[in-house]
Ligand binder design. Structure first.
Ligand SMILES: [Zn+2]
Length: 202
C-alpha cells in the first residue's frame, strides 16, 4: 500500500516537472565556434555573435573576439595624396565574423576599388552611418533595406579592395550625417574613443 502511494506521488511529480520545465518547441539553435545561429519561425535566419563586446558609447566592437585593449587608433594615419584614413583598422584573421556595431538599416552594399566589398548602415534616426570595408563576403541574404541589430553578423573579415592579403582587417568608419545626406556623404568622426573608451591619440 505504502509503495503504491509512493509510486503515485513520484509519477505525478515527474509529470508536473515535465510539463513545467520541458519546452514544447525548443528553438532551433546551432552552435559553431563563438557564433550562434538562431532560426526564428517564418523569418530569415539571423546570426548573432555570442560574445558582443560593447564599448562605453554603446557601440559593439564590430569584429568578434576583439577586445577594447586590442584596438589601435589609426584614424589620423596618412593614406597618400593628402588623404587621411578617417577610420579604424581592426586586424583579424580572414573569415572572422564582422558584426553590426549598432542597430540600423543597410543603406548600400557597394564594391569599390579602394574599399573592396563594403556595407553602409544608417542609424534609425538617420544621423549616423557605419561603414564596413575590405570584407571577404556578406552574411548570407544580406540586402539593401534590411534592418540589422547590434551584434548581428553582417559579413566576414577579408582583404578586398586595397588591403593587403598579408594583413586582413576590417576598415570601420563612422560618419555624422546631415539632413538629406546620402550614403557617400557625411563627416567622419574617430571611432576609436567610442569603441575603446580611451582618448584619441595625437
Ligand atoms: Zn583602413
Amino acid at each position: 500500500m505504502f509503495t503504491a502511494v509512493l509510486t503515485a506521488v513520484v509519477v505525478s511529480a515527474f509529470w508536473i516537472w515535465f510539463y513545467n520545465f520541458v519546452p514544447a518547441n525548443p528553438p532551433a539553435v546551432a552552435r559553431s565556434g563563438n557564433v550562434v545561429t538562431v532560426k526564428p519561425e517564418q523569418a530569415e535566419p539571423v546570426t548573432v555573435a555570442e560574445q558582443v563586446v560593447v564599448g562605453p558609447s554603446g557601440l559593439a566592437i564590430p569584429v568578434t573576439g576583439v577586445k577594447a585593449d586590442q584596438l589601435t587608433d589609426t584614424y589620423d594615419q596618412a593614406r597618400g595624396a593628402g588623404r587621411r584614413h578617417d577610420a579604424i583598422d581592426i586586424m583579424a584573421a580572414e573569415g572572422t565574423p564582422v558584426i553590426a556595431a549598432a542597430d540600423g538599416r543597410v543603406e548600400k552594399l557597394f564594391n569599390s576599388v579602394r574599399g573592396g566589398i563594403t556595407i553602409y548602415i544608417r542609424s534609425p534616426d538617420q544621423k549616423w552611418q557605419y561603414y564596413y570595408a575590405h570584407l571577404q563576403r556578406y552574411a548570407p541574404g544580406l540586402h539593401e533595406g534590411q534592418d540589422v541589430k547590434r551584434g548581428q553578423v553582417i559579413a566576414l573579415v577579408g582583404h578586398t579592395g586595397d588591403a593587403s592579403a598579408a594583413g586582413p582587417h576590417l576598415h570601420f568608419a563612422i560618419n555624422t550625417m546631415g539632413p538629406g545626406e546620402r550614403w557617400w556623404q557625411g563627416t567622419a568622426i574617430n571611432p576609436y574613443p567610442l569603441l575603446a573608451g580611451k582618448k584619441a591619440s595625437g
